[in-house]
Design a protein. Structure first.
Length: 284
């Protein structure tokens, strides 16, 4: 039987939290899933922990590769997947137990290219925030075109550049070759914008299911890598600029949505400026 959802989890040196992540997947109320684990060259006990889950639950499948980064690991997971829909989960995050049950109900109602719920940011001190909470009437929308969805989310400052919020139809992903840009971080910014804008049908679900654990020790976004982040953001901004120009010339989506693509570039350069200011006396 073809799984309804392939859950792709890239893993690199995550021994201190990978078990919590995998337990949140294994105990899902919806069972027709496969879990594609990509060990991205871990040097700790992550591989052994993942192997134990594969033994306990045959839906878990483990593949290993030399360390190549999260984008390469996600791309490998996409190629290894077989589900009708694809879901990305980071190894330091978790899900509520009814996530895939609720998402599956919506896929059968709409057959949408993308189903999008919401995310809760969780800090070690117990604080919870919802940075991408949507306003009415966009909390729950059965069907909306992707470019209009992007336009409205940008208007309300609620566009989520986080792959964990996108359940994406596998055929839509492969037909458009939506793979991740390798060798950079902040790759979600480009990928999320690309898939959302070009989707024919998006369904917005009023459900907060993804628990994003902030400030994990060793997280790429929380270590001293500002120069790498700056260079990555510049590359991603250039890619988004090329995308915006292409969309503008082809006239295939709402022109106001194209305008907000350019606006997103401005926001990324604002972040670049902030990071540069934090590097006094350095050339990057």
């Amino acid at each position: 039987m073809i799984p309804e959802i392939s859950v792709i989890i890239p893993v690199y040196n995550a021994e201190s939290y990978i078990e919590e992540c995998l337990n949140s997947v294994m105990t899902q109320t919806f069972r027709n899933i496969e879990v594609v684990l990509i060990d991205d060259g871990s040097e700790d006990l992550s591989n052994e922990i993942m192997q134990s889950f594969c033994i306990k639950d045959k839906r878990f499948k483990l593949f290993s590769q030399p360390n190549a980064g999260v984008s390469a690991a996600r791309n490998e997971g996409i190629k290894r997947s077989a589900g009708r829909y694809i879901f990305f989960l980071d190894s330091d995050d978790t899900l509520i137990s009814t996530t895939f049950e609720e998402l599956s109900i919506r896929t059968h109602k709409t057959d949408a290219d993308i189903i999008m719920g919401n995310i809760l940011f969780c800090t070690p001190d117990g604080k919870h925030t919802m940075p991408y909470e949507r306003e009415e009437p966009f909390k729950d929308v059965l069907e909306i075109k992707g470019d209009i969805c992007y336009l409205e989310l940008m208007r309300m400052n609620s566009f989520p550049p986080l792959v964990g919020m996108y359940l994406i139809k596998r055929s839509f992903l492969f037909n458009n070759q939506f793979f991740f840009r390798k060798g950079v971080i902040h790759e979600d910014e480009l990928w999320c914008m690309n898939v959302l804008i070009l989707a024919d049908k998006v369904s917005l679900l009023d459900l907060t299911y993804y628990l994003y654990k902030q400030n994990r020790e060793g997280s790429l976004m929380n270590t001293n890598n500002k120069e790498f982040r700056i260079h990555s953001l510049v590359e991603i901004s250039q890619e988004i600029y090329s995308l915006a120009n292409s969309l503008y010339k082809q006239n295939v989506i709402n022109k106001n949505a194209v305008g907000y693509v350019y606006a997103r570039i401005f926001l990324l350069y604002h972040e670049i400026a902030r990071l540069i200011i934090d590097l006094p006396g350095k050339n990057v």
